[in-house]
Ligand binder design. Structure first.
Ligand code: ASP
Length: 325
């Protein structure tokens, strides 16, 4: 056998061994009382994660499942017009249209997503319907809207007077250029571990403000904006979606946890990969949060200013994300 083939075989064995060992190790750790699983837990991006976590916690604390919890949780900022980066009241694209992206993933790797969806206040619930009632993972645009209407969702105007006013101001000075900076986006990504020890995640956004019409970011893309592997952990992203898509960011974070990294270390390594692959990150913000099967969590971002909300049995808090630059 050539040495290259031997190497490939050995590394394949090594990976199987390691990934197989990880859950067994956890089980031993649990039974020996070394590392009790911290559950339930819910974690979500930004300070609008605090009220969102409250809604998720209501489900989790009554032994509800992680999937119901994350859906209930992210519906809070989706429905709140004061949150200008998610759902109703979100900043529009440069044509003045509010277009929404969302995805959801459960413990069995089922997933559903909608992208470039207009007029529907709760895209996360449409994403869940795509997951549960269709053979597909993602519906976009007009097709997603027609599907939502067929499921009884109401068509609504999502552009609030405040967002319309800001967009008109932006039009005066912007020269119609989509904005790339570290501050014009704040998706909610939420991850939960329920009392049963199962994981789920949800991610929903109005995307980068004043983006080109038709632009879709990372948030509805399974593997980029969100990824859940119930054997290992879950991760979600916020920040400039284009950079996250290039690295398949959330999948990367979960795979780094599979290799034995803590949630925070996995997020840090993924952030470092993004920095390494971009020539100039001075205007580029990306943040990841992650949660593993033991209920350990963490987050990491490129620039100072990212925070995330956590709720466990010991209470709730808003944590400033550690940052690289
Ligand atoms: N990731 C989102 C996007 O690029 C924006 C954000 O996180 O706020 O659409």
């Amino acid at each position: 056998m050539s040495s290259r083939r031997k190497f490939l075989k050995l590394s394949a064995l090594g990976t199987t061994f390691l990934s197989g060992l990880y859950p067994i190790e956890q089980a031993f750790a649990g039974s020996l009382g070394k590392k009790a699983v911290n559950k339930p837990v819910v974690i979500s991006t930004w300070d609008h994660g605090m009220p969102a976590n409250d809604a998720a916690w209501k489900v989790l604390s009554q032994k509800g499942n992680a999937l119901d919890a994350v859906e209930a949780g992210v519906r809070v900022p989706e429905g709140d017009p004061r949150v200008r980066t998610v759902g109703y009241g979100g900043y529009p694209d440069r044509e003045g249209k509010v277009t929404l992206d969302a995805c959801i993933m459960d413990k069995d790797s089922n997933c559903g997503a909608v992208a470039f969806l207009q007029h529907i206040k709760h895209p996360i619930s449409v994403a869940r319907k795509v997951m549960e009632d269709t053979p597909h993972v993602m519906l976009v645009g007009e097709g997603a809207l027609q599907f939502a209407l067929s499921k009884g969702f109401q068509k609504e105007n999502l552009l609030t007077p405040e967002s319309e006013k800001d967009w008109k101001e932006w039009m005066k000075e912007s020269k119609y250029k989509p904005v790339i900076n570290i501050e014009n986006h704040d998706t909610i990504g939420m991850l939960a571990l329920d009392a049963n020890g199962d994981l789920a995640g949800a991610c929903t956004t109005s995307g980068a403000s004043y983006k080109m019409h038709g632009r879709v970011g990372d948030s509805p893309i399974i593997g980029a904006g969100l990824f859940v592997d119930n054997e290992v952990g879950a991760a979600t992203a916020t920040g400039l979606g284009e950079a996250v898509i290039r690295m398949v960011g959330s999948h990367l974070v979960v795979e780094l946890m599979r290799q034995g990294n803590s949630p925070e270390k996995a997020c840090k390594l993924a952030v470092e990969r993004i920095i390494a692959k971009h020539k100039d990150v001075s205007d580029l913000q990306v943040g990841f949060i992650a949660l593993n099967k033991q209920g350990e969590y963490g987050g990491y971002c490129i620039h100072k200013g990212f925070n995330y909300a956590v709720h466990t049995n010991s209470g709730k808090k808003l944590i400033d994300g550690k940052y690289k630059l």
